[in-house]
Design a protein. Structure first.
Length: 727
C-alpha cells in the first residue's frame, strides 16, 4: 500500500471563503511565496481570520469544479511577522475593538512590537487618540480569548491530535480544554465522538501519565467493561475483566485490582454476583436493571381503570363484527389476556396474526379511552406501526422527548406521558437503558402492551429485555404460532418458521419460476460475490422491477472480509452510483450525491439514530455541508461529522433490525462461520417483504440453522424479577 507524501505550505490568509465555527471546517484563499494567484486551502481550524499566517501539511488536488486546491491534513495558525500582515490581521475583526483604521494607527505607532504591547503593556494603547479605557479593555480581553484558542490548538496538535479532533475537543471543553486533558486524558474517550481508549492512551503517555498509574488502570477497566457491553452484556465477570485489562495494559494484576476497588468506592462500578460468579456493572447499567424492576412493580400495583368496564364476551363479538375478521382461538385467548392484565407481552414470528390481534385490542381500547400511545425503537418500525393501526406511532426517543442540551429525556417520573395504554412494537430491539427510561415515563394508571419476536436477534445495545421478561414469567405472555392461510402462500414466511424450528428452508432453486424466496448456490467467496452483483444489478431489477438502490437491500453477517459490508459497499457504490456528483473522502470513506448511507451512532441533536438509512441529496464542499434525506426529513451534516455515517448498499443484519425492505439479498458463506447462527439468519430472512434471495454455500446455511449460541448475554434482570416476585 503506497503512502501519500505530504507537502508543506506557509502563507498568509487573504480571504476566508467559509468557516464553520462548530466543526472548524474552513475554505481559505491564501497568498503563498512564488505563486502569483491566490491558492484555495481546505482544512480545519477553530478560528482563522484574514491577515493571519498559516503553516499546513497536506496534498494538492485538482477538483473538477473548483480547480487546484491544497487539502490540509494539519493546519496551524501562526502570528504574522510583516507589518503588512500584522495590519491586515489586526484589522480583520479578530480582535474586538480594532478595525482597519485603528489597525493602521497601531502598526504606525508601535510597528512589529504591537503584539508585545497588547500582551505586556496594554496601557500604552491609551497613548493613541480615540482610545479610552473601555476600548482598551475590549481589545485586551479579545486578545486573551484568541490567544487561549491558539494555545489549546497548538497543545493538542503537538501531542498528535489531528485538527478535526482538536476542534471537537475545544468545542466540548472550551477554554478549560488544556486543563481537562492534562488532568485526565482518558475522559476524551468518554466525551468526544471519534476518540477511543487507544487514542486517549497514546495521548496520556505523551503527557507523562505512567504506564502503571492508577489513572490508566481505572480507565482501562472501564474501557474493557464498556467494550464488553458493546457486545450486548450488562455486566462482566470480575475474573475476566481483570484478565483482559491486564493483557490490554501490560501492568501487574495487583494494580488492576486496586483500580477496581477505587472505581467501586467512587460508585462508578458496582459488584454483584450473577449465577454464583462475581461480576462488575458500569453504574449506569446497574441502575437501569434495578430501575426496570422497580418501575414494573410500581405499574403492577395499580390497576388500569378503563379495563374494569370491559365485558370480555361482548368485546370479542363486537370487535369481530367491527373488523369483519374472525379471531383464531389463540388470538381470542390472547385478546382476553391483554384486556384483563395491566401488562402483556405478545410474541411470535411472521404471518401469525400479531397485527390483527393488536388492531383488535386497540379497537376495544379506543372505545373505552382516548389516550393510547404507540411507539417503536426506529423510524421505519414506527411508520409500519402507524400504517398497520391507523394511529400515529413515534420513535421511543421522540415519544420520551430527548433533550440534547441536558442529554436526557423530558418525559420521566416527574413528567410522565399522558397515556392510558402504551403499546411498544419491535420489543426485541429495546435495550436495558431504553426500557428503563420508557418505564419511568409511564404513569402508574396506564396499561402496557409489548409486542415483538423474541426469536430475532437481541438489541444492539446491552441486555436481552424481551427474552428476560418472558423468562421471568412475571408478565403474562402470549406466543402466537399458527401461520394464517394467506401467509402460508409466502415462502418467506414458511421458510422463516423452518429456520426458527431448526429445519433447512425449502429452497426454490429454479430461478425461472416465480417465487418470493430463492437460494442460489455458489461454492467460493469469489463466485458468491460475482453472483450477488449480477442479482442486485441486473436480475432482480429486470424480473421484479425493484430499484437496486432504494428497494433492494444487501444484508450480511459481518462488516469485515470480501463478503462483508465494507467491501461490498465499495463495489456496489462503483456499480450503482458511478457518476455520483461532488465526491468527498473523509475518515477512510468516499461519499457522493445519490449514495445510500446509514447512521452508525445516535445523534440526538439531529434526531437521527443508529441504523437509520438515508440518501445524500447534496454535497457542498465549499460550505463544508451535506444534505441527507431520512424518511422524508432533510438533515444537514457538516463534513467533519461524516464519521457518523457509512455507505448502506450493504449493511449488517444487526443494523437491519426493525427495518423491512421490498427485496433482501443475503450472501452466506463459511467464512462467516463465527457469526452463523439461527437467530441471525432468521432475522435477515424476516427483513424481506416481497423477495428474499440467499446466495452461497449450502453447508453455511445448514450451520446457521442448527447453531444456537450457548453464550448468553450476561445480565441479572431475570433473577431480579424472580427475586422481586418473592417479596
Amino acid at each position: 500500500m503506497s503512502s501519500v507524501t505530504l507537502e508543506y505550505l506557509s502563507s498568509s490568509v487573504e480571504r476566508v471563503t467559509f468557516h464553520n465555527e462548530e466543526s472548524g471546517f474552513c475554505v481559505l484563499k491564501v497568498k503563498a511565496k512564488g505563486q502569483r494567484d491566490l491558492i484555495t486551502v481546505i482544512g480545519s481550524s477553530a478560528s482563522v481570520k484574514p491577515g493571519e499566517f498559516i503553516d499546513c501539511s497536506g496534498t494538492w488536488v485538482n477538483d473538477r469544479e473548483y480547480g487546484l486546491q491544497f487539502k490540509a491534513e494539519q493546519l496551524r495558525v501562526v502570528m504574522p511577522s510583516t507589518l503588512e500582515g500584522i495590519e491586515k490581521y489586526l484589522g480583520s475583526g479578530l480582535v474586538k475593538g480594532i478595525g482597519p483604521h485603528f489597525a493602521k494607527s497601531l502598526v504606525k505607532a508601535f510597528g512589529i512590537k504591537i503584539f508585545d504591547i497588547i500582551e505586556e503593556t496594554p496601557n500604552r494603547l491609551l497613548e493613541l487618540p480615540g482610545i479610552g479605557q473601555q476600548r482598551r479593555d475590549r481589545v485586551v480581553e479579545s486578545w486573551q480569548d484568541q490567544k487561549m484558542i491558539r494555545e489549546i490548538m497548538v497543545f493538542l496538535q503537538s501531542h498528535g491530535v489531528g485538527t478535526a479532533r482538536a476542534v471537537r475537543i475545544y468545542k466540548t471543553y472550551g477554554n478549560k480544554a488544556i486543563d481537562k486533558v492534562r488532568e485526565n486524558p482518558y475522559r476524551l474517550a468518554l466525551d468526544i465522538v471519534g476518540i477511543g481508549f487507544k487514542t486517549a492512551d497514546v495521548l496520556a503517555g505523551r503527557l507523562g501519565v505512567a504506564a502503571d498509574s492508577c489513572l490508566r488502570a481505572e480507565a482501562g477497566v472501564r474501557h474493557i467493561i464498556q467494550e464488553h457491553s458493546s457486545d450486548g452484556h450488562c455486566a462482566m465477570q470480575l475474573a475476566e475483566a481483570i484478565q483482559q485489562t491486564t493483557e490490554l495494559l501490560s501492568i501487574p494484576e495487583e494494580i488492576i485490582r486496586q483500580a477496581i476497588q477505587t472505581e467501586l468506592a467512587a460508585g462508578r462500578l458496582v459488584q454483584e454476583d450473577i449465577d454464583g460468579e462475581s461480576a462488575l456493572f458500569l453504574a449506569g447499567m446497574y441502575r437501569a436493571e434495578v430501575g426496570i424492576v422497580e418501575h414494573l412493580r410500581r405499574l403492577l400495583r395499580q390497576p388500569a381503570s378503563w379495563m374494569k368496564e370491559i365485558d370480555l364476551d361482548k368485546a370479542v363479538i363486537w370487535v369481530e363484527d367491527k373488523t369483519k375478521f374472525k379471531l383464531s382461538q389463540l388470538q381470542e385467548t390472547a385478546l382476553r389476556i391483554a384486556l384483563q392484565h395491566k401488562m402483556v407481552i405478545i410474541t411470535g414470528g411472521p404471518g401469525v396474526g400479531k397485527t390483527t390481534l393488536v388492531n383488535s385490542i386497540l379497537q376495544i381500547a379506543r372505545a373505552k379511552t382516548k389516550n393510547i400511545v404507540l411507539a417503536a425503537p426506529t423510524g421505519r418500525a414506527a411508520k409500519r406501526l402507524t400504517d398497520s393501526t391507523g394511529i400515529e406511532a413515534k420513535t421511543l426517543h421522540r415519544l420520551l422527548e430527548f433533550d440534547p442540551q441536558k442529554y436526557g429525556f423530558r418525559r420521566n417520573e416527574n413528567n410522565p406521558l399522558e397515556a392510558d395504554l402504551v403499546v411498544v412494537d419491535e420489543m426485541s430491539m429495546v435495550d436495558v437503558s431504553m426500557m428503563y427510561h420508557l418505564l419511568k415515563a409511564i404513569p402508574s394508571s396506564a396499561a402496557l402492551m409489548l409486542i415483538g419476536d423474541v426469536d430475532q436477534l437481541p438489541s444492539v445495545g446491552p441486555g436481552a429485555v424481551l427474552a428476560n421478561l418472558i423468562e421471568s414469567q412475571e408478565i403474562p405472555t402470549v406466543r402466537l404460532t399458527e401461520i394464517f392461510r394467506q401467509a402460508k402462500s409466502s415462502q418467506i414466511v414458511v421458510n422463516a418458521h423452518c429456520i426458527n424450528q431448526g429445519r433447512i428452508p425449502k429452497f426454490h432453486t429454479n430461478t425461472e419460476e416465480l417465487s418470493d424466496f430463492y437460494f442460489i448456490e455458489a461454492e467460493s467467496p469469489e463466485i458468491i460475490h460475482e453472483k450477488l452483483m449480477h442479482v442486485v444489478l441486473n436480475r432482480i431489477p429486470a424480473r421484479f422491477h425493484f430499484d437496486p438502490i432504494r428497494q433492494i437491500q444487501v444484508l450480511v453477517p459481518m462488516n469485515r472480509g470480501g463478503l462483508g459490508a465494507r467491501a461490498l459497499n465499495v463495489e456496489l457504490q462503483k456499480r450503482l452510483n458511478p457518476n455520483g456528483q461532488n465526491p468527498i473522502t473523509r475518515f477512510g470513506s468516499t461519499f457522493a450525491e445519490g449514495d445510500k448511507v446509514i447512521q452508525t451512532v445516535n445523534n440526538y441533536n439531529k434526531e437521527v439514530f443508529n441504523g437509520d438509512i438515508g440518501f445524500i441529496t447534496n454535497i457542498d464542499e465549499e460550505a463544508g455541508l451535506l444534505h441527507i434525506l431520512f424518511e422524508g426529513r432533510h438533515i444537514e451534516y457538516e463534513i467533519d461529522e461524516l464519521d457518523e455515517l457509512a455507505l448502506a448498499y450493504a449493511t449488517t443484519i444487526h443494523k437491519a433490525q426493525g427495518s423491512e425492505y421490498p427485496a433482501v439479498v443475503i450472501p452466506i458463506a463459511m467464512q462467516h462461520y463465527m457469526l452463523l447462527e439461527r437467530n441471525l439468519l432468521y432475522t435477515g430472512v424476516t427483513r424481506g417483504k416481497s423477495l428474499v434471495v440467499l446466495i452461497g454455500q449450502l453447508k453455511a446455511v445448514a450451520m446457521a440453522v442448527r447453531t444456537i449460541r450457548s453464550t448468553k448475554r450476561l445480565t441479572n434482570l431475570t433473577a431480579r424479577l424472580f427475586e422481586q416476585s418473592k417479596k
